[in-house]
Design a protein around this ligand. Structure first.
Ligand SMILES: NC(=O)CC(=O)C(=O)O
Length: 304
């Protein structure tokens, strides 16, 4: 038996088509998550900004207040919707991300909420690395004009399975975060993410496979469906990659739910075959996972 993943688990990625109407997005998420649960999924993932369009112009008007926790239904309809969906589906629900406003500081965040099958909040992850890029003639995006970054690595214990790490989209470009999470015993790295039609074709699958092969863990990326009528064209192609970097499943561009079976034996088999976990040379380079890693958000009462 694997210590990392105690028993096989069925994961579902809901590549949701979200529009301008938040109530409609929440209702659509509910329908799709309940249907995925009926298919046997035990961990279900929603995309980045699943309750709103994605873009700096939208963050403030869609932002919800999560603190103090639990928020009221007026402060955060998405918190309450996600909690109820998880409870009704009786599954773990990684609620993609939503724009958040911390009313104490006036700062906005891109925040993911994870709920237990009883509907309890297990963890909150605020996107750590903000999506600030400028590829002339292609895409310029500056999340930092509106958002503030989170400041911790988020690892969630799902007691009957094991630990997963939650991070958001651009966070996948930073191998240190993934390595820290893997070295702290996660069986999967889960990234709700909205890559775009410039970076997606080149980097989405490459990064999923890179983080998987670096760390010999499962990697799951969950995108919104592509909407060519929106100001931001999400790439789609939600996918699950196994610890050998094989693509287990990949969605197309439209609304779709994809499933994958994850097993501890696949992780063990990979690590037996290519035993990098016993071959690192910390006499040659430093162990980034050993010290100075922040797992708690000390500045706020946000649940880690
Ligand atoms: N949207 C993001 O956060 C990241 C992205 O699209 C990219 O890295 O490319």
């Amino acid at each position: 038996m694997s210590k990392l993943l105690k028993k096989p688990v069925k994961l579902a990625l809901v590549q949701l088509a979200s529009g301008a109407k938040k109530t409609k997005n929440l209702e659509n998420a509910r329908i799709k998550v309940l249907a995925a649960a009926k298919e046997g999924a035990e961990i279900i993932v929603l995309p980045e900004c699943f309750n709103s369009p994605y873009g700096c112009d939208y963050f403030p008007s869609y932002a919800e207040t999560l603190l103090p926790s639990p928020p009221t239904a007026e402060q955060s309809p998405s918190f309450h919707a996600l909690s109820a969906i998880a409870k009704d589906a009786k599954t773990y629900l990684i609620g993609g991300s939503i724009p958040e406003l911390d009313t104490k500081t006036g700062k906005y965040y891109n925040t993911s909420l994870t709920f237990s099958p009883r509907g309890d909040l297990l963890a909150t992850h605020r996107k750590v690395h903000l999506f600030d890029i400028d590829i002339p003639g292609k895409i310029t995006f500056r999340e930092s004009e509106v958002l503030s970054p989170g400041n911790k690595v988020t690892i969630v214990d799902l007691p009957e399975f094991g630990k997963v790490a939650i991070a958001i989209c651009y966070d996948i470009r930073f191998p240190e975060l993934a390595m820290v999470a893997a070295r702290h015993g996660c069986f999967a790295l889960i990234y709700p993410g909205a890559f775009n039609t410039t970076t997606g074709p080149l980097h989405w699958k490459l990064l999923a496979q890179a983080r998987a092969v670096d760390n010999e863990v499962y990697v799951a990326l969950c995108s919104p469906a592509r909407d060519m009528g929106a100001s931001y064209h999400a790439y789609g192609h939600s996918m699950v990659v196994d610890p050998m970097a094989g693509v287990l499943v990949e969605a197309g561009e439209g609304e779709e739910v994809v499933f994958a079976e994850l097993s501890g034996e696949k992780i063990e088999e990979t690590r037996r075959g290519i035993p990098i976990y016993g071959q690192r040379r910390f006499d040659v380079y430093p162990d980034v996972s050993a010290s100075g890693v922040r797992f708690e958000d000390e500045a706020s009462e946000v649940k880690s």
